[in-house]
Every structure is written in C-alpha cells, then in structure tokens.
Design a binder for this molecule. Structure first.
Ligand code: SAM
Length: 285
C-alpha cells in the first residue's frame, strides 16, 4: 500500500499496464481516462485491489477481464470511477424550456395520451425527480401521463435515488419553498421526496455501452443525457448518439448538459431554438 508520507509516490502502474486498464474501462463503460488521470485512476483501482485482499494490478486486470464472476467486481469498480455530481433543478433554464415549450408540444403531439422521458445517467435521482416535479407543477398532466425512466451504470447512486432521501447539498439551487412543497424532513437534515413524485420515476441499472440492453427500452419522446458524455471520448460519444437516435421517436428531443455539444459527433440531430433554450431534435425517421 502506498503511504502519502513516504515522499513522491511512484506510479502504481507502468505505462503499458495503465493503457490496458484505460482501454478495458473505455470498452466497458465509455469512460475515457487519459495520461492526466493516472493518479486519480490508480487510487481508485488501488482501493478495489485492497478490498480484494491486496491483489496485484496485473491479477486485478485479468480478474476484471476474464473471471466468470467479474460482473460483480465491475459493479464495485464503477462506483469508484464514475463522477456522480448532481442536484435538483440543475441547469434550470433548460428544465424550464422542457416544462414550458417541450412538454406542451409533446402533449398535443401524443393526442394528450402519454409522454415518455429517459433520464440517462440520472445519478442519485435529482434530475428525474426534478423532471417529475416540473410536470406536476403545471397541474396539466394527469396521473400516468408522464412516464420517466431513469438509469445509471452506478448501482450505489441508484440505490440512493430509489430511497429518495436527500441532504442539503442536493438543494443548493432551489429555495426553501420548493423543498417544503415536495419534500418532508424525515430526520434532521434528511429530506424525503413526496410519494406522488417518487412513483412517477422508474429507476434501473443500465450501462450505455451494453448494446444488448437497448432492446428492452421503449421509444422515447425526450432523452435527457446531461453531464454524462463529457466523460466520454469522441468514439464513445458517436456510439451513444447512434443508440439515442434509434431510441428517440421522430422529432423527439435530446437534452444534453450545457457544456456538451454534438459538433463533430453527429449531424443526425438538429439544434433548434425554442423560446426557452437551444435543444437538439432528432432528424429523419
Ligand atoms: C455527473 S453525473 C450527471 C447526473 C445528472 N445527469 C446531472 O446532470 O445532474 C454523470 C452520471 O453518468 C453516469 N454514467 C457514466 N458512464 C455511464 C455509462 N456508461 N452508462 C450509464 N451511466 C453512466 C455516472 O455513473 C454518473 O452518475
């Protein structure tokens, strides 16, 4: 085990081994770790190698590549290498655009029947619950009109999402009135989302790089994938966008994070101006 007090730390992995870990992690999850991330990734791998009784990096690599039980270890590894930062009403301008421009348009388009939304990379649930709250706030959509699927590769954050219990940091962008209206303080500093909101969201584990799972999903009117592809390289972004294109209905909406764009990734989505914001729409059939 490396000790931070022992002076400058030697890399845990030589260049070849580091590259092998990066390629494998990229192939399995789309996450891209370059040379600048070596220290970060080594510390995360080290925590998993110690949890397994101090196995060597080479043995650990073979384990997550070939072992019949590797699925469980991938589950653990993913919980330590993903970035899960999120909070309620993040990027509010875009969410208001969803509430005021997109939802009413889709509602009419669907013949006032049902709108399906996917929050892909939902982390601990603040994004899909915000979506459900925004729809409820309008008072326009009857029970069951909005189906929200929320998925993430990280089972630890999904467990938190399903529990629906949050601390102050999740409320950094909202006021007390919002919190009081949609949450109940269950114990000091811990707030539970209202059951009427919780039941609108269907959470499940889903790796965007598991092609076999896409067939299990229905077609969507809107896909939110915000602050997720920022961690992918170009090849991974292209792959995910192909899948999103397949899973979106004609003229369906794709909402990315504000620092994310499809420039040089694909031209199968068109950037359009809505009154509230700029959003992508699926082009073609
Ligand atoms: C920074 S969070 C974004 C959460 C939320 N969308 C938001 O904008 O607040 C990124 C999430 O993407 C998830 N993620 C990363 N790679 C993924 C993959 N291959 N499949 C599914 N989810 C993934 C991470 O586990 C993490 O929870």
């Amino acid at each position: 085990m490396l000790n931070p007090n022992d002076g400058p730390q030697m890399p845990l992995l030589d260049d070849d081994l580091y590259r092998r870990f990066c390629v494998l992690i990229h192939d399995e999850t789309g996450l891209s770790f370059g040379p600048g991330s070596q220290f970060f990734l080594e510390r995360r791998l080290e925590s998993r190698m110690s949890a397994l009784g101090g196995v060597s990096p080479r043995d650990y690599l073979n384990y997550i590549r070939y072992d019949p039980d590797r699925t469980q270890e991938w589950d653990h590894l993913v919980t330590v290498i993903t970035t899960n930062e999120t909070y309620f009403m993040r990027e509010i301008k875009q969410l208001r655009c969803f509430q005021n421009d997109i939802l009413p348009a889709l509602w009419e388009r669907s013949g006032r029947s049902r709108i399906r939304v996917w929050s892909a990379g939902c982390s601990s649930g603040e994004e899909p619950y915000s979506i459900a709250i925004l729809a409820k706030e309008t008072g326009r959509y009857p029970e069951g009109a909005l189906e929200i699927y929320a998925t993430d590769i990280n089972s630890r954050v999904l467990a938190k999402a399903k529990a629906g219990l949050y601390t102050e940091s999740s409320f950094r962008a909202v006021d007390e009135a919002f919190k009081a209206r949609w949450f109940t303080e269950e114990e000091p500093g811990r707030f539970r989302v209202a059951p009427s909101i919780q039941k609108c969201v269907n959470f499940s584990r889903f790796n965007l790089f598991d092609p076999g799972r896409y067939g299990l999903l229905p077609a969507f009117d809107v896909i939110f994938c915000r602050n997720v592809i920022i961690y992918f390289d170009m090849e991974a972004k292209v792959k995910v966008m192909e899948r999103f294109h397949e899973k979106l209905k004609a003229q369906g909406y794709l909402l990315l994070g504000h620092s994310e764009s499809l420039i040089s990734v694909t031209d199968t989505f068109k950037l359009i101006h809505l009154p509230g914001d700029l959003v992508y729409v699926k082009e073609g059939p």
